[in-house]
Every structure is written in structure tokens, then in C-alpha cells.
Design a protein around this ligand. Structure first.
Ligand code: AHR
Ligand code: AHR
Length: 481
């Protein structure tokens, strides 16, 4: 059985079921998600390898070979067409054209399920999915349940990495107009014990960890790599539950009355579905989504416990974030441009500016050092890498507003993540393309001989799709210095 078979047996069937990693019904063999590639704008649907099985990641890899791919649709497996697509602007605008949110890279969150590769949905700040015309989800004070599997190590304090029920207008229409799972370490509203991250409920104009509108210490900080997060609500009652998606059961972190503030009892749910954003399209948050559902009716703890057992049996595990020619931690490297007519240039820096410069073995020592980088384990994720300046130890290549710059580490989580990059086989077939860990649609790119974290056809001039594959492919050589 799949999670939605279990919910159906419990009398609380799924009314929306989303996953890029696997079928959530044992009989489901339809499309899980759609990807769109950068080379020609073509789309394809990715289905499970077999009914009830893991996504056919190999089909994605073949379709996306030598180019970039975005996740354009996350299909609803419940048969109700409650699909998730690129979120439109609302109270806040997204960064894409016409105020839409960004779409997720199709390769930002690779995992394995029972040893088979699949991809999750890596939400960077600015990324969001939504459906404002949903059929069958709870409205008003109606009962519902929901769970999602997230990456417990990918979060931030921005508003709001959510999955669940939100406004149909993409605007903040008041307290109680949402009921969504939140995951992160935002402390503007509620919080739990420790420093976070926490599973909370986004009920609009507040993230709630219990009946107090502020801290409720029964809601623990999350430490597991894969996390099952559960929120459910019915008249006068709601609950937060959670557990490690890779082992063990669920614990109840809160179960009781609605928050002690006006507007949350009764609730005024509207029934739209959001992923990665707040109800008003706040786009400041990050996180990774693998699977999730919404139900009709208030699921029993026993039903949810069976769903958790099913998730554990799916055996989520990590896999490599990199491919292509290997980089060795501790070595000095140079990164040679491969774009025709520019291929004597190397990624270098002049002060804090990251640029490309023509360098050779006969260049001055100072220039050789400017074009040499010590490979370090990724400051934000040791499965990827950071690049430390040879002539300015303690300073690293980071992106800021998607411009590459050389900056001294301030040790912050933001710096560490902005200075972490994941090499993959070069998009033009040469060397490596080096994507930003936190923005996997974005790669090291030279543009007008300056360095950027660029996406393929995005809104900035440096995102220009012309010459993208060449401009993001660098041959990694032994450092000049
Ligand atoms: O409730 C927290 C956030 O507040 C909601 O997600 C958003 O709509 C509002 O800004
Ligand atoms: O480069 C994109 C973002 O810009 C970085 O993550 C952040 O530090 C800055 O706001």
C-alpha cells in the first residue's frame, strides 16, 4: 500500500497527493511531475518505474542531458487535478517575469529510495508552487490532515517554507485563513525548544507551535536529515506531529486547542495549496520537499503512524550531489573558461570582484595567485565544495545578489551556504559546471568577463540563454600557484 491507500482505509482519503520521488498509491502509474529543459523549452512527464514505485529519474537525466531542467508541474496523484504549478504574484511578487515565483531546478535534491535515484523539490528563496483552484480540500472550519517529507537540514528563517492549505487569492485575508505545515527556524511568531528548525503550523499571520502564540517548548528542534512533518486540524482541535522519515515512529509535539488569539477558532480555511511560500506569496524561505498529501477528514494517530511506517519502508537516503571530473579537497585549482575565443581566461579575482583574466605559466606571480583557488569542503554542505582564495586565505568565492564576489568568511550560515558550490559534468561536455548549492538553477558563469551565479534564461542580463552552456563550463586544472 502507499500513504494514500492507508489514509483511505482510515476513512480520511487524500484529496491531493504530490511527490517527485514516488507514487503515493500502490496502483498509481501516472505522471508524477513535469520538467522543462533549457535547450529548446520542451517538456516531458516523469512517471514511476512501475505502479506504486519510485520515479524514473533516469528518464529525467536522459531528457535533461547537456542542458538545464526546471520542475514545471507537480501532479496530483489523487485524481482531482489538484496539481501544483509556478506560483503567481500575490501580496508579494516573486522574482520571475510578471511577479511569478521561480521554478525549482530538477536536480537540486537528489536522493535514493530503496537504492533507486529520485529527485526532490529544492526550494530556494524566490521559488514557489501553488494551486488556487483546488477541489476537495477543507474550507472554513472543516477537518483535514496533511503530512510532508522534507530535508531536515535545509531551512532558513525567512517566511515561509510551507506545504498545505492557503488563500485562493494569494493574499493575506486574515487570521485562520491558512492551515499549512511550516518548517524552518523563523522566530517572528512562534517557536519551539532550542534553536530550531521546528515544525509549526502556518495558520496565517502566525506560525504556531502550540496554544500559546509564542514559544511552546513541547515542539522540539529537528535534527534528522529526513523529516516527516504532520499537521491536522478540526473544530476546536489541532495537532503537530513529527518524526525521522528514515527510522522510528511519529511523536506528537502538540495536540489541543486552537491558538489563544482572535480569528483561529473557528478557522476560515480557503482550500488553495501552497508549496515553499507563505499564504500571501512571501518568498523568503528555503527547504526541500519530497512528498506530501492533504486529506479530507481528521486522520487518526494510528493512520498517520501507518503512513510513517510506509515512509520509513521507502528508505529515503542521501546520494552524491556532484558529478564530472573530481575536485580534491586541499588541492589548488584553476578554472579555465571553455567559451570559444575566451578560453585563455581563468576565473580570478581583483580585490573583491570575481572576474576572468588571461593567465599563463609566464604570468606574474600575483596574477597566478589571483587565478588559483584552494578547494575546501563545502562550508554550507560538505558534500559540495568552497573555493578559498590562494592570495587571501580566509576569503572565499560567494554569491551575493547572484554576483560572485570574494569575501572574508563571517562564519554565518548565510555566508557558508552562499559559498558552497556543487560541480557536475560540464553542460557543454567540457570540465565542470559549478552550481550554487542554495540556488541549484544557478551556476558559475562568466559574462562580460565578470563572475555571476547565473540561471539559464532568467531575468538578469547575466542569465542570458545565449552561450549559457559554454559560459558555465570550466576546465579544472592544477592551480597556477
Ligand atoms: O502566517 C505567516 C505568514 O504571514 C503567512 O504565510 C503569510 O501569508 C503572512 O505574511
Ligand atoms: O546571491 C543571492 C543572495 O543574495 C544570497 O543568498 C544572499 O546572501 C544575498 O541576499
Amino acid at each position: 500500500a502507499g500513504p494514500c491507500d492507508i489514509y483511505a482505509s482510515g476513512g480520511t482519503p487524500c484529496v491531493a497527493a504530490h511527490s517527485t520521488t514516488r507514487a503515493l498509491y500502490s496502483s498509481y502509474s501516472g505522471s508524477l511531475y513535469q520538467v522543462k529543459r533549457g535547450s529548446d523549452g520542451a517538456t516531458t512527464n516523469i512517471s514511476p518505474l512501475s505502479a506504486g514505485g519510485v520515479a524514473n529519474a533516469g528518464a529525467q537525466d536522459t531528457f535533461c542531458a547537456g542542458t538545464t531542467c526546471l520542475i514545471t508541474i507537480i501532479y496530483d496523484q489523487s485524481g482531482r487535478n489538484n496539481h501544483l504549478t509556478q506560483a503567481p504574484p500575490g501580496g508579494f511578487s516573486g522574482p520571475e517575469a510578471n511577479g511569478y515565483d521561480n521554478l525549482a531546478s530538477a536536480i537540486g535534491a537528489p536522493v535514493t529510495l530503496n537504492g533507486q535515484k529520485a529527485y526532490g523539490v529544492f526550494i530556494s528563496p524566490g521559488t514557489g508552487y501553488r494551486n488556487n483552484a483546488v477541489k476537495g480540500t477543507a474550507t472554513g472550519d472543516g477537518a483535514e490532515g496533511m503530512y510532508a517529507v522534507f530535508d531536515g537540514t535545509h531551512y532558513n528563517g525567512g517566511c515561509c517554507f510551507d506545504y498545505g492549505n492557503a488563500e485562493v487569492s494569494s493574499r493575506d485575508t486574515g487570521n485562520g485563513h491558512m492551515e499549512a505545515i511550516y518548517f524552518g527556524d523563523n522566530t517572528v511568531w512562534g517557536s519551539g525548544s532550542g534553536n530550531g528548525p521546528w515544525i509549526m503550523a502556518d495558520l496565517e499571520n502566525g506560525l504556531f507551535s502550540g496554544s500559546s502564540t509564542k514559544q511552546n517548548t513541547g515542539d522540539p528542534s529537528i535534527t534528522s536529515r529526513f523529516i516527516t512533518a504532520v499537521i491536522k486540524g478540526q473544530p476546536n482541535q489541532w495537532a503537530i506531529r513529527g518524526g525521522n522519515s528514515a527510522s522510528g515512529g511519529l511523536s506528537t509535539y502538540y495536540n489541543g486547542a486552537r491558538p489563544n488569539a482572535a480569528g483561529y477558532n473557528p478557522m476560515s480555511k480557503e482550500g488553495a495549496i501552497i508549496l515553499g511560500i507563505g499564504g500571501d506569496n512571501s518568498v523568503g524561505a528555503q527547504g526541500t520537499f519530497y512528498e506530501g498529501v492533504m486529506t479530507s477528514g481528521y486522520p487518526s494517530d494510528a493512520t498517520e503512524n501507518s503512513v510513517q511506517a510506509n515512509i520509513v519502508a521507502a528508505k529515503y537516503a542521501t546520494t552524491s550531489l556532484t558529478s564530472g571530473p573530481a575536485l580534491n579537497v586541499g588541492s589548488s585549482v584553476s578554472l579555465r573558461v571553455t567559451t570559444p575565443n575566451f578560453d585563455t581566461r581563468y576565473l580570478a579575482h581583483t580585490g573583491s570582484t570575481v572576474n576572468t583574466q588571461v593567465v599563463s605559466s609566464s604570468s606574474a606571480t600575483a596574477l597566478k595567485q589571483q587565478a588559483s583557488w584552494t578547494v575546501r569542503a563545502g562550508l554550507g554542505n560538505s558534500a559540495c565544495f568552497s573555493f578559498e582564495s590562494r592570495d587571501t586565505p580566509g576569503s572565499f568565492i560567494r554569491h551575493y545578489n547572484f554576483v560572485l564576489q570574494l569575501s572574508a568568511s563571517d562564519g554565518s550560515k548565510q555566508f557558508n551556504e552562499d559559498a558552497t558550490f556543487c560541480p557536475q559534468a560540464g553542460l557543454n561536455g567540457q570540465g565542470n559546471s559549478i552550481r550554487a548549492w542554495g540556488y541549484p538553477t544557478r551556476y558559475f558563469r562568466h559574462f562580460n568577463n565578470l563572475g555571476y551565479a547565473a540561471s539559464n534564461g532568467g531575468v538578469h542580463d547575466f542569465d542570458n540563454a545565449n552561450s549559457f552552456n559554454n559560459d558555465v563550463s570550466f576546465v579544472v586544472n592544477t592551480g597556477f600557484a
